[in-house]
Design a protein around this ligand. Sequence first.
Ligand SMILES: C[S@@+](CC[C@H](N)C(=O)[O-])C[C@H]1O[C@@H](n2cnc3c(N)ncnc32)[C@H](O)[C@@H]1O
Length: 416
Amino acid sequence: MTEKTMSGSHDADQDEAVRALYEGFPYPVVLPDLDAVIAGAKVPLWNPVDSAALYFPELPARRDLDILVAGCGTTVAPVLAAYIPEARIVGIDVSQSSLDLSQQHAERHGLTNIELRQLALEDAAQLGKSFDFVHCHGVLHHLADPTAGLRALGGVLKDGGALSIMVYATYGRAGLYMLQELCQRLGLQVNEQDGQKAQDLLVQLPPGHPFSMIHAERQQRIAIPEVMDMLLHPRDVSYTTDGVRQLVDSAGLKFHRWLGQAQYTPGLSGLVSAGLGPELASQDPWEQAAIAELFLGTLIKHEFVVTQDHRRTPAELFQGDGLLHAIPVLAPHLIVEQDGAVVRLANSAHQVPFQLSGDVGHFAPILQAIDGKSSVQQQLDARPETASSQSPERALALDTLRQLYFSDLIELRVGP
Ligand SMILES: C[S@@+](CC[C@H](N)C(=O)[O-])C[C@H]1O[C@@H](n2cnc3c(N)ncnc32)[C@H](O)[C@@H]1O
């Protein structure tokens, strides 16, 4: 037997082990409150309607999207179907029990814009359809060949479409990988009994174990399917920012941007306060992202947007004069708090909390001018203090808009 066929059969065995895990323990366990989603009271994070500018900055916003949820598990497809009734949702997964739960959930809420099918995402072409938006969170890192999986998803994108991807991050999960090794050494298997043992083990972890970075509430029992997913998974790889770059490049696709880009912009972090601004300034965005990940230390996942190779990235669209012609929109999960003369801005979708604060007198006119229709140039021209292209106030306002953008507090659309 050649090495290739040996690894091929090993891959097939592991594929089956992954499928069996999710067949027996569908994920996630907790089904979201779809009534709240339908009522708009619970907004799915980074969804393609509210975050349209982020995924499709060059296209007019639309709700009648064709959406593929690849490796949909139990909840994502019904949530998107409920939140965007005008969209057509296709969910695929290798686990029939996960699809059944999604189906029951959808039927209970009378959702008709959803179609579910047992299919490996590597075979997405078999759907014979293409999509405006493909959601694939928490799946590629369980495949034998994540690059082939990503390439297959790129192959079903409509022209101008976007992929929303989440893969595990290496450093933030270090404590979890220690426990995976521990479980392997003890010979724990994917079954209810061993799942319970792993569950008990988590409760007994000593304080300060690096796993507590991932799950701080040590005393709270983590549900068995979640324990299985974390500790007894037959196949789980993780990525650094460099790994993400290689994954996207090797799939022949284009990295568009991080979903929470503040977390990858070390210029916004304490590194500048540490006097490292000049060293950072000379690095390219990938190097900066790598530095940010090492500095934060706690990122447990990377969420990012991937497009076809010909699409322009935000860096290409909004640099220099591009920013003047952009139309800013407020980020969907923006939190604004005012404390006297100080305003604090944050985005509740961030994995690692991040805050931008400053003088209300400076931020308020910039934020109030954002109407989702006018360009940055029009907004600056309309205010006497920023109207002159030479004024320091205009340069300062442009800097602030850039900062708001890289902090994920506003999004930018390409103007007409
Ligand atoms: C951790 S769950 C994530 C579910 C969902 N994407 C979410 O974000 O909640 C991983 C899912 O991927 C599915 N899966 C694993 N390998 C797959 C493959 N090759 N093709 C399609 N789905 C797969 C599993 O059955 C499981 O439902």
